[in-house]
Design a protein around this ligand. Structure first.
Ligand code: KIV
Length: 267
């Protein structure tokens, strides 16, 4: 038996250069994470979306560092191949350098290979601070669910004049040293422009087909989401197992067959 090929950040960077798409999905426990890893998922995200899909909350704001560490531990025990990313909770990436460093340390010790923080602007300095200390960081801009109360809801971001701001945030985070960048709920044309402008791989969710990779919340990809935004596809429909659904998702992302234009946002 040969050892599984491990997904690393240099490998993801090479995938972008070679035009090979990156498949990512959220997981929160060992059983689903194992199935995803065995199916060949490139990146597994322990997302703070667990506030919705595991805890039944209406936002990710109440999710704690302890919650994130617990679920990261559960997933890390079984992941052998994928790169494992964990979300910094609300007011961590947006907090002081000491706070974000301590929190990132907890998640890395729980088994994460990198952490993800929402927002840009004043928080880009925290990305640089972590990256300089050996903590790989994934940025997250566009619809940043931790800001739901300031944004006034879960809405498409970056339409019209706001597009220029998102493009400059992406460049700023890339300059600060993020290794990946999640683009959530932004027009497909803007996501294409951002993906061409930054050297780091972009991972889209509701950001059209031109991102370097795609991520979905696992429950949405299995047709179990409470809502069904247009960028969600049910990969379990017509298939007889969760393993087959994960394999179909990975294949659709790699072939560039997901998302379609109908599953993307226009200007
Ligand atoms: O928490 C999460 O699941 C996420 C994805 C939506 C990217 O951040």
């Amino acid at each position: 038996m040969t050892a599984p090929e491990i997904v690393t950040l240099p490998r993801l960077a090479a995938m972008k250069k070679e035009g090979r798409k990156i498949a990512a999905m959220t997981a929160y426990d060992a059983s689903f994470a194992r199935a995803m890893d065995e199916a060949g998922m490139d990146v597994i995200l322990v997302g703070d979306s667990l506030g919705h899909v595991i805890q039944g909350r209406t936002s990710t704001v109440p999710v704690t560092l302890d919650d994130m560490a617990y679920h990261t531990h559960c997933v890390a025990r079984v992941v052998n191949r994928a790169l494992l990313m964990a979300d910094l909770p609300f007011l961590s990436f947006q907090g002081s350098a000491d706070r974000v460093l301590d929190d990132a340390g907890v998640l890395m010790r729980a088994g994460a290979h990198m952490v993800k923080g929402e927002g840009a602007g004043p928080f880009a300095a925290n990305a640089a601070y972590l990256a300089a200390r050996g903590v790989p960081v994934c940025g997250h801009i566009g619809l940043t669910p931790q800001f739901v109360h300031s944004l006034g809801g879960y809405r498409v971001q970056g339409r019209g004049h706001a597009g220029a701001r998102l493009l400059s945030e992406a460049k700023e985070l890339a300059d600060a040293g993020v290794s990946l960048l999640v683009l959530e709920a932004v027009p497909a044309a803007l996501a294409a422009q951002i993906s061409a402008a930054v050297a780091v791989p972009t991972i889209g969710i509701g950001a059209g087909p031109s991102c370097d990779g795609q991520v979905l919340v696992m429950h949405d990809a299995l047709g179990m989401g409470a809502r069904r935004p247009r960028f969600v596809r049910d990969f379990l429909a017509g298939r007889d197992s969760i393993a087959a659904a994960f394999a179909a998702y990975i294949d659709a992302v790699r072939q560039g067959a997901f998302p379609s234009a109908d599953e993307s946002y226009g200007e």
